[in-house]
Design a protein around this ligand. Structure first.
Ligand code: FES
Length: 113
């Protein structure tokens, strides 16, 4: 049976072959994970949060070095982490979208007064 990857907050699921990267799984599930280097571990934009990593390939040293302290918070690089079992992946909000959302919320608050 193929492993299932569940992406949050989009709540999209997809079954993939074991060994598929989380980045490739997201593409198949039509979940957007930001990238500029197409999986060459150069941009570090593909960070995702995976609390239970038992469904992933073990983290290699070069990924650990790139992520630094984020490793302790459950971060992985989607282009490096390979699916080997059922996995839940949280895709952090795009920083630009987060800024825009915060600005709009502030504007709404100001308009109420
Ligand atoms: S896609 Fe660029 S580091 Fe993962």
């Amino acid at each position: 049976m193929l492993p299932t990857v569940h992406f949050y907050p989009d709540h999209r699921k997809i079954q993939v072959r074991s060994g598929t990267t989380v980045l490739d799984a997201s593409s198949k599930a039509r979940v957007q994970i930001r990238t500029r280097c197409d999986g060459k571990m150069a941009c570090l934009m593909c960070k995702v949060i995976i609390e239970d990593q038992t469904g992933l390939s073990p983290m290699k040293n070069h990924e650990k070095l790139k992520l630094g302290e984020l490793v302790d918070s459950g971060y992985r690089l989607a282009c490096q982490a390979c699916v080997i079992g059922d996995t839940n992946v949280t895709v952090p909000e795009d920083p630009l979208k987060a800024v825009i959302r915060a600005l709009l919320a502030k504007q709404r608050e100001e308009d109420e007064f």
